[in-house]
Design a binder for this molecule. Structure first.
Ligand code: HEM
Length: 150
């Protein structure tokens, strides 16, 4: 099983030209060099947003779900410190360069850090249904008692 590649922002910033265009969106690193000419919004905006975190730029445009679905095709890794789950669901691999073929290309999914519920949450998950059932039982018993008239 291959490791997920982790890049620093400094490493990403070394790729900010028309021939080598990377950026970060939501903690994930994308190499969009091969996509530049296909991008419906034009290549200039992508080059301008490259070498840095382009999350804001990407979101501000209000990209369609289809556009968001295309992101995985260009995923090359994650930014260091990223604590999420990355599911890789590549529809197509349009390139043949080494850079566009990350080591984890064939893996269906990666779990970088799985957040387990805390002990407190687990106790709550157990207690809350019990309290509800208990309360319902008490309520039922109280309602059954005859009302005493003076
Ligand atoms: C891998 C990353 C990206 C993909 C796959 C992508 C894909 C697309 C697609 C499919 C469209 C057509 C409209 C839609 O379906 O939403 C589009 C439009 C556009 N994109 Fe991107 N995009 C990416 C990154 C960016 C970034 C980083 C910027 C900004 C710096 C940007 C700016 C634009 C603009 C300005 C349009 C035109 C919007 C319009 O005409 O209404 N895109 N993009």
């Amino acid at each position: 099983m291959a490791d997920l590649r982790v890049f620093s922002l400094k490493q990403v910033s070394a790729h900010k030209s028309k021939d080598d265009c990377w950026f970060v969106i939501s903690g994930k690193v994308y190499n969009v060099t091969k996509f530049l000419q296909e991008h419906p919004g034009g290549e200039e905006v992508l080059v301008e947003a490259s070498g840095r975190d382009a999350t804001r730029d990407f979101e501000d445009v209000g990209h369609s779900p289809a556009a968001k679905g295309m992101l995985d095709n260009y995923l090359v890794g994650v930014l260091e410190g990223f604590k999420g789950v990355v599911s890789v669901n590549k529809q197509s691999t349009t390139s043949s360069t080494k850079q566009d073929k990350p080591a984890f290309k064939d893996m269906p999914a990666f779990v970088i850090k799985e957040e387990k519920p805390s002990a407190f949450i687990r106790v709550l998950e157990f207690l809350v249904p019990l309290v509800i059932v208990g309360a319902a039982y008490v309520f039922k018993s109280v309602m059954k008692e005859p009302v005493l008239s003076s």
